[in-house]
Design a binder for this molecule. Structure first.
Ligand code: 6GU
Length: 238
């Protein structure tokens, strides 16, 4: 899989050099390239934004640097492979595990990180005539730009690539993953020591009885899921 990310803050994507995604890159399982949008702005101050038509607060990202940057990325890519263009925005569709699974199956993802009040609409309109463009949101709150969402989307997809997880089974029990625990949130987990600050590990987990352990985990997952679903319609606790 190949991922290109366009941003005015390339340093913001440095976490993709670390940990799971960093190791996947080093192993050649994913190729990540980060591009500085300002490299495609040609005035003395490398301007990428301007005031909004129609007035109002804030600034809007100008279309020309975006067009140049995305054309450059598209030209640099593998021939005969069509990428999906992901545009993080709070107005997008909520990013979820099925979408992460779908992205993990794609050969090429381009992420266009906007800042300020957003990117001139004509950029999305132009590329939507040529490729699949997904507007994605992390949730119902407003971030300062798309970079954090790019980190989330890339990490969620890359950890699903074959060979990335040390233990292939560890994605199977994931909350939201398809499989025996489909639709359930993961239950609590424990490790050594057996007693810590007076709190002990549930007996069933040290019983060695695999059937009872699986049943206990399923019940815990169901209880946690039911509790979380109840929360959605309740005010915050104390
Ligand atoms: Cl993807 N972008 C921004 N700027 N804010 C957000 C978001 C994305 N998702 C939730 N809030």
């Amino acid at each position: 899989m190949r991922v290109d990310i366009v941003t005015i803050f390339p340093e913001y994507l440095r976490p993709l050099e670390l940990s799971l995604v960093g190791k996947a890159r080093a192993a050649g399982l994913v190729e990540v390239a980060v591009h500085d949008l300002r490299d495609f702005a040609h005035d003395r101050h490398r301007t990428v934004d301007d005031t909004p038509y129609g007035g109002g607060p804030g600034m809007v990202m100008r279309p020309e640097p975006w067009g140049e940057a995305l054309d450059h990325v598209l030209r640099s890519g593998p021939p005969k492979v069509t990428p999906v263009l992901v545009v993080p925005t709070p107005t997008g569709r909520r990013f979820d595990q099925p979408r992460a699974t779908q992205y993990a199956e794609l050969p090429w993802l381009i992420v266009a990180c906007g800042r300020y009040e957003g990117i001139d609409q004509r950029v999305v309109d132009h590329y939507a005539d040529r490729l699949r463009v997904d507007l994605v949101s992390l949730g119902d709150y407003v971030l300062a730009g798309g970079e954090v969402a790019a980190l989330a989307v890339v990490e969620a997809a890359v950890r699903l690539l074959p060979g990335v997880l040390g233990n292939a089974a560890s994605a199977v029990d994931d909350s939201f993953a398809p499989g025996p625990m489909a639709g359930l949130l993961e239950g609590p987990v424990y490790t050594k020591p057996p007693s810590w600050r007076g709190l002990t590990v549930p007996d069933v987990l040290v019983s060695g009885h695999h059937g009872r352990i699986a049943a206990w985990r399923q019940a815990q997952a169901q209880a946690r899921t039911a509790a979380r679903q109840g929360e959605a319609s309740e005010p915050d606790g104390p």
